[in-house]
Design a protein around this ligand. Structure first.
Ligand code: FMN
Length: 153
């Protein structure tokens, strides 16, 4: 039986969305857009300030919706932009909102040059009982060979 793959992603300006859509084409996975209840500012610099503040306060922004039947997926891909050298606080909310114990979790990111930085560590800290793989750098490595190797096909 084919593996069931979930591709959950957050994207503010479209880069991670495009990466998630490419990965969906390559894998046949189901896309789920992670949406915050709050609205981030339009401007890049204002968002940088809001994100810094969220991270300093350890704020966990609320999610606008839920993934149904997450337990039924064999591989859970979680995509996001790198914010302040790690994953956005919203992704931490997402990781805390479901039971990932014993699940295979494949983080992936887009970024502006820093690479995945602390994002694998951030996610492992939230779900220590999940099998969290190293964060895939979709800005640098988005091709079918690299994606299939990352996803252990
Ligand atoms: C709040 C904020 C913080 C960011 N921090 C970093 C960073 O630490 N390293 C980096 O390379 N890019 C950083 N960026 C750039 C984004 O990671 C990059 O533009 C990403 O591809 C945006 O993805 P999106 O279009 O899916 O929102 C930051 C952008 C924002 C808005």
């Amino acid at each position: 039986m084919a593996e069931k793959i979930l591709i959950a992603y957050y994207s503010k300006t479209g880069n991670t969305k495009r990466a998630a859509e490419e990965i969906a084409k390559m894998t046949g996975g189901t896309l789920h857009r992670i949406v915050p209840q709050k609205t981030y500012p339009d401007s890049y610099f204002a968002t940088v300030a809001v994100a810094k503040w969220e991270s300093l306060k350890g704020e966990k922004p609320a999610l606008a919706d839920k993934v149904e039947g997450i337990g039924g997926y064999d591989k859970i891909l979680v995509g996001f932009p790198i914010w302040w050298f790690g994953c956005p606080q919203l992704i931490k909310t997402f990781m805390e909102s479901y039971d990932f114990d014993g699940k295979k979790v494949y983080p992936f990111c887009t970024h502006g040059g820093s690479g995945p930085k602390n994002s694998t560590r951030d996610i492992k800290a939230i779900c220590p009982k999940a099998d969290v793989k190293d964060c895939f750098d979709a800005t640098k490595n988005l091709n079918e060979t690299a994606v299939k190797e990352w996803l252990e096909f």
